[in-house]
Design a protein around this ligand. Structure first.
Ligand code: AMP
Length: 215
């Protein structure tokens, strides 16, 4: 059973690596960022609230996020294992997670993997990131460009940049990471379930390391 937390700054490659892990290990990915972006797109109450924080690169309040994760982890597809991507991001979130796993679900975390990438590299990666709003495929203007500039290879749609991938917002998100999230490495280090992985290697090399840890 794999019940895993994926730590690391925005743009470290958690989403990309998660795609591979869920295929190989048959578990689900729970990305709080994806859940919030969907809520924004749907125009729900949650979306309206979250958008104000997300556009500023700030964290959505703990109680809102904790409620979302609590509901999601109770769903059937999470019972065979999960990757939490983008949660927890603060100590109160980590404490709430421990509590809900123990008291509501009677399970515990098996792995916490921290993907380590330098801030300069993060900015280079995120400012070049593009997504197709139609089919969801991701690109990078330097490392994985589409055949036609800014157009999706799969469905010919104009690619977009996430609002929070603008350089100013990325810097704010990195500050938030260093101020509030990095401490979680100590938190999980004390529980002896933390492993760090060099996220600056190629995606294949990074995945090989992760697979060794999970196998
Ligand atoms: P991500 O895609 O994980 O980088 O998340 C995008 C944005 O969603 C973040 O910059 C936050 O505004 C918000 N968000 C996602 N996960 C959390 C969380 N665990 N706690 C607070 N805010 C979050």
């Amino acid at each position: 059973m794999i019940n895993m937390v994926f730590l690391g700054p925005p743009g470290a490659g958690k989403g990309t690596q998660s795609e591979q892990i869920i295929k190989d290990f048959g578990i689900v990915q729970v990305s709080t960022g994806d859940i919030l972006r969907k809520a924004v797109k749907d125009g729900s109450e949650l979306g309206k609230l979250a958008k104000q924080y997300m556009d500023e690169g700030k964290l959505v309040p703990d109680d809102v996020i904790i409620g979302i994760v609590k509901d999601r982890l109770k769903e059937n597809d999470c019972q065979n294992g999960f990757i939490l991507d983008g949660f927890p991001r603060t100590i109160p979130q980590a404490e709430a997670l421990d509590k809900m796993l123990k008291e509501d679900l009677n399970i515990s975390l098996t792995h916490v993997i921290s993907l380590e990438v330098d801030d300069g590299k993060i900015i280079e990666r995120l400012t070049g990131r593009r997504t197709c709003p139609q089919c969801g495929r991701g690109y990078h203007i330097s490392f994985d460009p589409p055949q036609k500039q800014e157009i999706c290879d799969e469905c010919n749609t104009q690619l977009i940049q996430r609002d929070d991938d603008k350089e100013e917002t990325i810097k704010k998100r990195l500050n938030v990471y260093h101020e509030q999230t990095v401490q979680l490495k100590d938190y999980y280090g004390k529980q002896s379930i933390l492993t760090t992985v060099d996220g600056e290697k190629t995606p294949d090399e990074v995945y090989k390391n992760i697979k060794d840890i999970l196998s």
